[in-house]
Design a protein around this ligand. Structure first.
Ligand code: ARG
Ligand code: ZN
Ligand code: CA
Length: 249
């Protein structure tokens, strides 16, 4: 069991209208959700699964930019493009996006309208530094529990999309392993499951045991999710601890 690891975050907001240019308060509400979810101080935590864990990972908006200047940890860019897809265009200035800050030093988050009903997507450890980070659509970034007037869309309005994507960024797979009962998520304390669960399928059984639909790495609605497990904690910390591929963060 280690120390608290704090990851500096930069949020690149790319907007085509004023709604998408989300407020600093909405951005901070997302950072607050990440800290609560990863430290298991979320107010909706329950005792249903005894393997629920405090990952001892925290997040803070960067206060120094790559040139050594002070920053609020947010960049903003106006664009005429209204949907960005999932081919990483938002990460490339040459394609109208914003280049990442040094991925060895920052967790880059792009907030732009992805389109196609996609809430967010992430790059796993080990990929190109030029595209490293997570992407979320603005209406799923932040929490309606933490302020008013935010641009958010229920039932994905409690910041859990970013919790899920940062789980991928730190090497977590979907809890069903993206396959049937013989496919694993490489975490021993998450029950095997045969498919994603949607909405809030509490009590759903697959592969001979109850699915952990409350896990951030399932596809449940935000209000249904409330834990990472000890096994997921260990898998995430393995990429951040000495020798891990995201050690420098
Ligand atoms: N990558 C997933 C998607 O876009 C994110 C699922 C997030 N789930 C949630 N309850 N917020 O489909
Ligand atoms: Zn996912
Ligand atoms: Ca498992």
């Amino acid at each position: 069991d280690g120390q608290i690891i704090t990851i500096p975050v930069v949020v690149h907001v790319i907007y085509s209208n004023s709604q998408e240019n989300i407020s600093m308060a909405q951005i901070q509400s997302q950072i607050d959700v990440l800290n609560e979810d990863f430290r298991r101080t979320n107010s909706d935590a329950t005792n249903k699964w005894s393997q629920a864990a405090d990952t001892q990972i925290e997040f803070k908006l960067a206060n120094v930019d790559p040139n050594g200047n002070s920053t609020n940890g947010v960049t903003r860019k106006s664009s005429t493009r209204t949907s960005w897809g999932t081919n990483d265009a938002m990460k490339k200035a040459s394609q109208g996006g914003v280049n990442p800050w040094n991925a060895a030093e920052y967790l880059n988050m792009w907030v732009c309208n992805i389109g196609g009903g996609i809430l967010g997507y992430a790059q796993f450890p080990g990929g190109s530094a030029a595209t490293d980070g997570v992407v979320m659509s603005p209406q799923y970034f932040g929490s309606s529990d933490k302020g008013s007037g935010f641009y958010l869309s229920a039932p994905f309005d409690k910041g859990r999309t970013t919790t899920h994507e940062v789980g991928h960024f730190l090497n977590l797979r979907h809890i069903w392993g993206d396959g049937g009962c013989s496919v694993d998520d490489f975490v021993s304390d998450t029950p095997t499951s045969d498919a994603a669960n949607y909405n809030c399928a509490t009590g759903h059984v697959s592969c001979g045991s109850e699915d952990m639909v409350q896990n951030y790495m399932d596809y449940s609605d935000d209000a249904c999710m409330n834990l990472f497990t000890t096994g997921q904690k260990n898998r995430m910390r393995a990429v951040l601890d000495p020798g891990g591929s995201r050690r420098s963060l």
